[in-house]
Design a protein around this ligand. Structure first.
Ligand code: IFM
Length: 511
C-alpha cells in the first residue's frame, strides 16, 4: 500500500495539495460568501461502497455479497470485497475530511457487521469500528450523520424474503435499537433508510440490483416494509434516547412532461412522479399513500395494517433529500423505454424502446451530461425544493443528503482536474440557496445543509468502479488517495467562509 501524500492526522498544508485549485478560486469566493455560517457542508459514503473487509471481525454476507457470488452483473466484472479499503484506512480518510475542512460526514452502518446471524445477537467487534470512526470524527471536529440502511440487507433475512416480508421491518428496528444504544451519544443525525425507491425499484421490481427481485407491481410490498422499517427504527432510536435528530433519505427527481400542452404527456409525467417521488414521500410527510397505491394494493398483495401509517408518518427532525437530476417523460413507447436509458445502460442492462409501454423517458435537451449520462440541471434542484415546500406543509428542515456527479477522469501528472465537478457543486449549491431565499420557489423551506456524494471514488453498485463521483481519487491497485481539483476548490470555499464569518462579511446565519 502506498502512503498517503501527507500525514493523515494533521491539517493539510496547501503545498501538500498541489496546484489544482488556483483557477477555481474566484467561484470559491462567490460561493463562500453565499453559504450561511451554520449551513452544514458535508460528504457522504455508504458502507458497502467503501469499506471492503467483507469477511472481517465477524461480518456475514449481505444481499450484495450473495448477488455477486451468484454471478451478479457489474459492468466491469468487479466486486466490493476490498472496495476502497475504508475499513482499514478509516483514520486516513478522516484525515482527508479534516484537511478539507468538512463540517460533517455521512456514513452508513453495515447491518451484517452488527447483527451477523439470525437471532439478533450483537457483534461487538462490528460496532467497534463505528465507535472508533465516531471518536476520530469527534477529534477532527466533524459532525456525524449515520445511515442505518444503505442497501446491505443481511443475506439471512433475504433468504426469508427480505423486504418483501413484514418481519424484516421489525428486525431492522431491533438492529437500530442496538446501534442507537452504543453510538447514540455521538451521532448528530440519524438517517434510518437511504433511497427506499432504489431498493424497491432496482432491487425488488426491476432486477438491476441485489437481491435481483423481479416482482413487478408486487414490489410495492417492499416499499411499505421499507417505510415501516423506517418508522419502527425511528421509534426504537427515540426509545433508547439517542441525542441526535432523526430522519430518512429519499431520492427525488422532479418530473416534467415533454409537451406541457399534451394531456397524455402530463398524465405520463404524473404517473412517474407518483411512482418515483410521491409513493415514498407522501406516507412519511402526509400519512398516506397516493390513491394509485391503494388501487393496486390487492393485486400487489400489499397489506397496510392499522396503525402502520401512523408509525411511518411520526414527525421527523429533518427530511433528507437526495437530488441528482430531473426526468422528462412522454406518453407511449419510445426509444429510451420506461426507465431512463442513462440509468439502465451503465449498469449493464439493455433498453428496448420497442416494447409496449404507456410512457417513456426522453433525453433532457441542451444539458451537459455526467459519465452516467445523467443531465446536469441545477435549476431543477430549486424546482424540486419548491414542489416539496408546496406539497408538504409539515415538511421539517431539509438536508440535501446526497448530490454529486460522476465524470470520466484519468489522473494526469498525479492530478485529477475535475473542474466540472467543482462547477456542478457550485451551481447546485447556489441553485438550492437561491430557491429557499427571498422570492425563490421554495422560500421559507428550512434548508440546513448539503452532503456531497461522495468523499472518494468507490464501488458504484452494478456500475462497478467505472462511475467516479469522488472528491478524492483512489488508485485501484494501491488504494492511495489523491485529492482532486474539486477537493482543493472546496477546501478554499470552506476557508473563505470562515474568513468572511470572522470579518462579518459572510451570509447571514440561518438558511
Ligand atoms: O452511489 C449511489 C448511492 O449509493 C445512492 N445514491 C446515488 C449514488 C450515485 O448513484
Amino acid at each position: 500500500m502506498s502512503a498517503l501524500p501527507y500525514d493523515a492526522g494533521a491539517p493539510v498544508a496547501p503545498e501538500q495539495l498541489g496546484p489544482a485549485h488556483v483557477e477555481l478560486s474566484i467561484s470559491a469566493r462567490t460561493l463562500a460568501r453565499r453559504l450561511p455560517p451554520d449551513f452544514v457542508l458535508g460528504a457522504a459514503t455508504a458502507a458497502y461502497q467503501v469499506e471492503g473487509a467483507t469477511r472481517e471481525d465477524g461480518r456475514t454476507e449481505s444481499v450484495w455479497d450473495a448477488w455477486l457470488a451468484d454471478g451478479g452483473r457489474t459492468v466491469d466484472g468487479s466486486d466490493a470485497r476490498r472496495a476502497v479499503e475504508h475499513y482499514r484506512m478509516m483514520p486516513q480518510d478522516v484525515g482527508l475530511m479534516r484537511g478539507l475542512g468538512l463540517d460533517a460526514y455521512r456514513f452508513s452502518v453495515a447491518w451484517p457487521r452488527i447483527i451477523p446471524e439470525p437471532g439478533g445477537t450483537v457483534n461487538r467487534k462490528g460496532l467497534d469500528f463505528y465507535d472508533r470512526l465516531l471518536d476520530e470524527l469527534g477529534a477532527a471536529g466533524i459532525e456525524a450523520m449515520a445511515t442505518l440502511f444503505h442497501w446491505d440487507t443481511p443475506q439471512y433475512l433475504q433468504e426469508a424474503g427480505g423486504w418483501m416480508e413484514r418481519d424484516t421491518a421489525y428486525r431492522f428496528a431491533d438492529y437500530a435499537e442496538q446501534v442507537g444504544r452504543v453510538l447514540g451519544d455521538r451521532v448528530r443525525w440519524w438517517c434510518t433508510v437511504n433511497e427506499p425507491a432504489t431498493v424497491a425499484g432496482n432491487g425488488y421490481a426491476a432486477d438491476v440490483h441485489a437481491p435481483a427481485g423481479n416482482h413487478g407491481v408486487a414490489a410495492l410490498r417492499s416499499v411499505h416494509h421499507l417505510l415501516l422499517g423506517h418508522g419502527l427504527a425511528a421509534r426504537a432510536l427515540r426509545a433508547v434516547g439517542v441525542a441526535g435528530g432523526i430522519g430518512l433519505s429519499n431520492v427525488h427527481s422532479p418530473v416534467e412532461p415533454r409537451d406541457p400542452g399534451s394531456i397524455l404527456d402530463r398524465t405520463a409525467a404524473d404517473l412517474v412522479d407518483t411512482t418515483y417521488n410521491r409513493i415514498f414521500a407522501d406516507p412519511v410527510l402526509l400519512g398516506d399513500y397516493p390513491t394509485a397505491v391503494h388501487a393496486v394494493a390487492g393485486v400487489a398483495g400489499l397489506k397496510i395494517e392499522d396503525g402502520d401509517l401512523a408509525v411511518v408518518s411520526a414527525p421527523l427532525d429533518f427530511y433528507g433529500l437526495n437530488y441528482y437530476m430531473p426526468t422528462l417523460v412522454a406518453a407511449g413507447p419510445g426509444r429510451d423505454g420506461p426507465l431512463p436509458a442513462s440509468m439502465v445502460l451503465p449498469t449493464g442492462g439493455s433498453v428496448d424502446g420497442s416494447a409496449p409501454s404507456p410512457l417513456h423517458v426522453v433525453e433532457w435537451p441542451h444539458a451537459a451530461k455526467t459519465a452516467y449520462g445523467w443531465p446536469v440541471v441545477p435549476g431543477h434542484l430549486g424546482v424540486m425544493l419548491g414542489r416539496m415546500r408546496e406539497r408538504y406543509p409539515q415538511l421539517p428542515p431539509v438536508y440535501i443528503t446526497e448530490g454529486g456527479a460522476s465524470f470520466e477522469e484519468v489522473p494526469l501528472d498525479g492530478q485529477v482536474q475535475d473542474a466540472n465537478r467543482a462547477a456542478y457543486l457550485y451551481e447546485h449549491l447556489l441553485a438550492a440557496l437561491d430557491a429557499v431565499g427571498p422570492g425563490g420557489p421554495a422560500e421559507g423551506l428550512e434548508l440546513r445543509g448539503y452532503f456531497i456524494w461522495t468523499l472518494m471514488d468507490n464501488w458504484e453498485w452494478a456500475a462497478g468502479y467505472r462511475q467516479k463521483f469522488g472528491l478524492v481519487h483512489v488508485d485501484r491497485d494501491t488504494f492511495a488517495r489523491t485529492p482532486k481539483a474539486s477537493y482543493h476548490w472546496l477546501r478554499k470555499v470552506l476557508q473563505h467562509r470562515l474568513e468572511y464569518a470572522a470579518a462579518g462579511t459572510g451570509a447571514a446565519a440561518g438558511a
